[in-house]
Design a protein around this ligand. Structure first.
Ligand SMILES: [Zn+2]
Length: 209
């Protein structure tokens, strides 16, 4: 096979319209008669309709990726069935993929000349790289930042987790299932200031008790 594909990583903070961009890309492929497949890691067992959905109201069917899915084997089988060749693979929430799964995607790109576009977050609520994202920074052919703006005007960097009163949460599991209301995208400076304020509020509360 002579096709040359690329592994893309398009990252941004929460609320940077990554999913909307993925769905717009899918729509453009349909308009141009190009074959594509949408995929997404399953992180919430309660989700059972396999669709990628954005807040602006568009959605597309997707294939689930499980924590133990062998993406190379899955996609190889698809490419070797000549009825089912895709030009593009679009993956949402790729930060939740494992190092091994990103390696499998890179191999699929190299062996089958397909383009794989991964959309996801760079870091978790404690500002550390997610496993899948770290590996994408190491391996991707093309890396693109999807920028969005903090309320102060600077670029958002941090996906801060907040509690019901808006205080910044600094401890907890890396993945916490829940709505977007548990997170706020902030620039690094606002994140630091709000973390200090949250700590001080916590200390005052503690003295009152
Ligand atoms: Zn800010």
């Amino acid at each position: 096979m002579n096709r040359v594909g690329k592994l893309y990583f398009k990252y941004g903070t929460m609320g940077s319209a990554k999913t909307a961009m993925l769905l717009t890309q899918a729509y453009n492929f349909e308009e141009r008669g190009m074959k594509y497949l949408c995929m997404k890691p399953i992180i919430d067992d309660r989700e059972n309709d396999n669709v990628i959905r954005s807040r602006i109201g568009i959605e597309r069917k997707c294939s689930w990726i499980y924590p133990d899915s062998d993406l190379y084997a899955m996609l190889k089988q698809m490419f070797e069935n000549s009825q089912n060749v895709k030009d593009w693979i679009l993956i949402d929430e790729c930060q939740f993929l494992s190092t091994l799964q990103i390696d499998q995607l890179a191999r699929i790109v190299d062996d089958y000349g397909v383009n794989v576009v991964c959309y996801g977050l760079r870091t978790d609520f404690q500002s550390h790289a997610f496993e899948g994202s770290k590996r994408l920074f190491e391996l991707a052919d093309t890396i693109e930042e999807i920028k969005s703006t903090c309320s102060c005007g600077r670029k958002t960097i941090i996906n801060a987790r907040i509690d019901s009163t808006g205080n910044i949460v600094t401890d907890g599991d890396q993945v916490e299932i829940g709505g977007d209301d548990k997170y706020v995208s902030l620039c690094r400076r606002c994140w630091r200031n709000r973390s200090i304020e949250s700590t001080q509020r916590g200390a005052i509360k503690f003295e009152d008790e």
